[in-house]
Design a binder for this molecule. Structure first.
Ligand code: FES
Length: 117
């Protein structure tokens, strides 16, 4: 086993689980489409895979989906530590997005997929 620092500046996990109506799931609200659109924007802006948009197959909060969690960049000593969006070491930014809809993607993209100049 090897252990290394996370090779991404940020990881955005989008739940794409679809239980086909048998139980509530993020698939009820286009989780897959939300994932695909965020990933497309990341690629279009040249941020993928530095900022990794990945699909999750359940984040455990199925009835309030679509759920997205974002892990912050880098190491706990990272200069961004302590910012309002990055208060917890090794934990999501402190913001758990739920009830995300496809129309929310542009807003999420502006928050997390900013182009670096
Ligand atoms: S189906 Fe998305 S959190 Fe469980």
């Amino acid at each position: 086993m090897n252990s290394n620092e996370i090779p991404y500046e940020k990881q955005i996990f989008v739940c794409t689980n679809d239980r086909k109506g048998e139980k509530p799931s993020c698939g009820d609200h286009q989780g897959e489409a939300v994932f695909q659109e965020l990933r497309r924007i990341a690629k279009e802006r040249g941020l993928h895979p530095k900022i990794r948009v990945a699909q999750a197959k359940c984040l455990g909060q199925c009835s309030i989906g679509v759920n997205i969690m974002v892990y912050p960049a880098g190491h706990p000593t990272d200069a961004r530590r302590g910012s309002p969006e990055n208060e917890c070491e090794g934990r999501p930014d402190g913001i758990w997005h739920s009830g995300v809809r496809l129309e929310d993607v542009p807003q999420l993209a502006e928050k997390y997929l900013l182009e670096k100049k």
